[in-house]
Design a protein around this ligand. Structure first.
Ligand SMILES: Nc1ncnc2c1ncn2[C@@H]1O[C@H](COP(=O)(O)OP(=O)(O)OP(=O)(O)O)[C@@H](O)[C@H]1O
Ligand SMILES: [Mg+2]
Length: 372
């Protein structure tokens, strides 16, 4: 029987749990024409959420929704091509109509081709000379707006892994063009490197300073997981008690990727009913599997950062300055402060109102197991 849980790339349909509130809020923002920066750690479900939003917007027929992932872009030319393809594809499913539309709205008339990709999908490309690069970039960036105006449609552009733009010296150009699009085109920027995004959007010398609404998406709450997980076990003739889902939730903090991975492993080890040892075995295995990844993060830390991370794990990240244990670490309050800042800059730690947390919830268990 096929395992009903899945972890890896984006999920949809039956594999997608909750996010009702986030979808509701984002849809409202899009309606109001707000630009939004959505940030969250790796593997929390940004892409899945944004793809779902894109599908819902397109289905409602009110919007044209473009989705572009910055992750694999390695040059400005590649961005121009990739973005052009993403925008063109979103206009219409009939290539002839897309081509005639593009030809009617593009200022510089580049050579436009449509080809069929390896998996049978249509790919739109444009060729331009080096001299035409800047003009082509501007044209492509303006394409959603030109389309919105020509067709009296509203356009939503979703940029996934937007922090990657930092490498290409595109920020100023990007911002200066995007800000002329007003409410006709709504932009959603998403990314996982909080420290880079904060610099981009909070630093007054940067192009995107104060230009967007900020939305942090978090873990999925326990009550949503409980229904989702129990239904999957029940459908496959197995069972899991709510207190074990609660246990899994405490370990993963409800972090989607790890919640799915833990349930995948638990389901796999269960004939009829999950028990506590199955959950503990699964967590051990997950920590082992991530050993290399976490070791890499660990080896990049300074000795004080390593000490502080252990201290956070030991004290549950609470009352770090007041805690009796601070003395044992050998750190002074001011060293602790600068070390915590350093850990946050590296996106290893984050801070809530009253607690310091490891951004990656499983890493806490890895530190406990291997580094304590
Ligand atoms: N709404 C959800 N319901 C259930 N599982 C989810 C959900 N969102 C994410 N996941 C789990 O997390 C995994 C990663 O999801 P996704 O690729 O959307 O995250 P991401 O934040 O875009 O990750 P990355 O930072 O690697 O790009 C999925 O394979 C799935 O196991
Ligand atoms: Mg993603």
């Amino acid at each position: 029987m096929r395992n009903p849980f899945y972890y890896g790339n984006e999920v949809s349909g039956d594999d997608f749990c909750d996010r009702e509130q986030e979808l509701h809020e984002l849809t409202g923002d899009v309606r109001s024409g707000l630009n939004v920066l959505l940030y969250a750690p790796r593997r929390i479900g940004k892409t899945s959420l944004l793809r779902k939003l894109q599908r819902e917007l397109v289905q409602s027929d009110e919007y044209v929704a473009v989705f572009f992932d910055f992750f694999s872009v390695s040059s400005v030319d590649e961005f121009i091509q990739g973005y052009f393809n993403a925008v063109a594809k979103s206009f219409d499913t009939v290539p002839e109509r897309v081509m005639s539309l593009l030809k009617s709205v593009l200022k510089v008339r580049p050579n436009i081709q449509v080809t069929v990709g390896q998996s049978g999908e249509l790919m739109y490309g444009m060729s331009f000379s080096r001299k035409e690069r800047t003009a082509s970039l501007e044209d492509v960036l303006n394409l959603p707006h030109v389309f919105a105006q020509a067709k009296k449609r509203r356009v939503v552009v979703i940029f996934d892994e937007f922090q990657e733009i930092e490498q290409f010296d595109l920020e100023k150009k990007f911002r200066s063009i995007v800000q002329t699009h007003g409410r006709d085109v709504c932009y959603l920027f998403s990314g996982s490197k909080k420290s880079i995004l904060q610099r981009m959007f909070h630093d007054s010398s940067r192009a995107f300073y104060r230009s967007v609404k900020h939305l942090r998406i978090g873990e999925i709450p326990l009550d949503q997981w409980t229904g989702f997980i129990q239904a999957k076990f029940a459908r496959t003739g197995k069972e899991i008690a709510p207190d074990l889902i609660h246990r899994a939730f405490t370990i993963t903090r409800g972090f989607p990727y790890y919640m799915q991975q833990l349930m995948f492993e638990a389901w796999d080890r269960t004939d009829a009913q999950v028990d506590e040892s199955i959950i503990e075995d699964a967590v051990r295995l997950m920590c082992e599997r991530e050993y290399d990844l976490y070791s890499l993060v660990w080896s990049d830390l300074t000795p004080n950062q390593k000490k502080t991370l252990k201290y956070i794990v030991r004290s549950d990240g609470r009352n770090l300055y007041a805690n009796d244990q601070l003395g044992e670490t050998g750190l002074t309050a001011s060293t602790l402060k600068s070390t915590l800042d350093g850990l946050m800059k590296k996106d290893v730690c984050e801070r809530t109102d009253d607690q310091y947390l490891l951004v990656d919830p499983l890493m806490r268990h890895w530190v406990e197991r291997y580094m304590a």
